[in-house]
Design a protein around this ligand. Structure first.
Ligand SMILES: C[S@@+](CC[C@H](N)C(=O)[O-])C[C@H]1O[C@@H](n2cnc3c(N)ncnc32)[C@H](O)[C@@H]1O
Length: 252
């Protein structure tokens, strides 16, 4: 029953049931759409017009499976996504907790709720020239994300919203311990700020999921952080861009 519910939740969050059109990924053509494409929704290659996550079925299934492992393997701590857009991955995390009747873990929902920051090329040269902050399709306000949670009957006090730029909010507002961290902020700065604030608080045996390894600035932040902190855990591939690793029981 649990599996049947979370399988359906994934299909609804990815919107492969009814199938929505996708937004054209080009700020100058904002508002235009392309027809529904099932393969794009499987692999999360599009920006869907109405689905609650752009991650696609494969990366959503990975979220479900690793949250289930957190529960089954008793990894201590809360769960967080940094970079939530319409909230779909966090809604799924909350749904997996509900399906397992877990009441002592929180889901942290961290975002500016106003899109990506402009690049700070002085401090983060890998982000220079990045234009993602121009895409207003990526700016979803907190009230909309709350209403998306409520549509699934999954908005309650186990869901904690952390509004603001990751570098400002995460160090103070997310104490840990954390059992699972999912990073989906695309940029070098967003990925590095999330890793620096959260990875030290990730429990041994916990999971780090990175959505954007195909995006060079994100990949570079992950590679730099892993090299600096001697992290050698194998990165498992989810699809063309997603990956994850498990923090070892001793060390990093
Ligand atoms: C690609 S979208 C996330 C997609 C989402 N995980 C999903 O499942 O559809 C990137 C999100 O990261 C947020 N973001 C990126 N960098 C940020 C930062 N430094 N601080 C706060 N929010 C940030 C944006 O506002 C946007 O909502």
């Amino acid at each position: 029953m649990n599996r049947l519910y979370t399988d359906l939740l994934i299909k609804v969050i990815a919107n492969t049931i009814y199938g929505s059109a996708s937004q054209v990924i080009d700020p100058s053509k904002m508002g235009e759409t392309t027809p529904f494409n099932r393969e794009d929704r499987l692999l999360g290659r599009d920006w869907p017009a109405v689905a609650h996550s752009m991650a696609g079925i494969k990366r959503l299934t990975n979220v479900r499976d690793l949250v289930q492992r957190v529960i089954d393997e008793n990894v201590p701590g809360d769960l967080i996504e940094t970079g939530v857009w319409r909230g779909g991955c966090c809604i799924l995390m909350r749904g997996v907790l509900a399906a397992n009747e877990v009441k002592n873990r929180k889901i942290y929902v961290a975002d500016s709720f106003d899109g990506l920051p402009p690049p700070d090329a002085g401090n983060f040269p890998a982000d220079s020239g990045d234009r993602l902050h121009e895409y207003r399709q990526l700016a979803i306000d907190q009230a909309q994300v709350e209403s998306n949670f409520a549509a699934y009957d999954l908005l309650d006090d186990q869901v904690v919203f952390v509004k603001g730029l990751f570098g400002d909010t995460l160090p103070e507002r997310v104490a840990g311990p954390l059992a699972l961290i999912r990073l989906d902020g695309d940029m070098y700065e967003s990925t590095m700020d999330s890793l620096e604030a959260l990875y030290p608080r990730l429990s041994p045996g916990g999971f780090a999921i990175i959505d954007d390894l195909a995006h060079p600035p994100c990949r570079q932040a992950v590679d730099d952080y892993r090299a600096c902190n001697a992290i050698e855990a194998e990165v498992h591939e989810i699809d063309w861009t997603g990956g994850w690793w498990q923090k070892p029981v001793t060390g990093n």
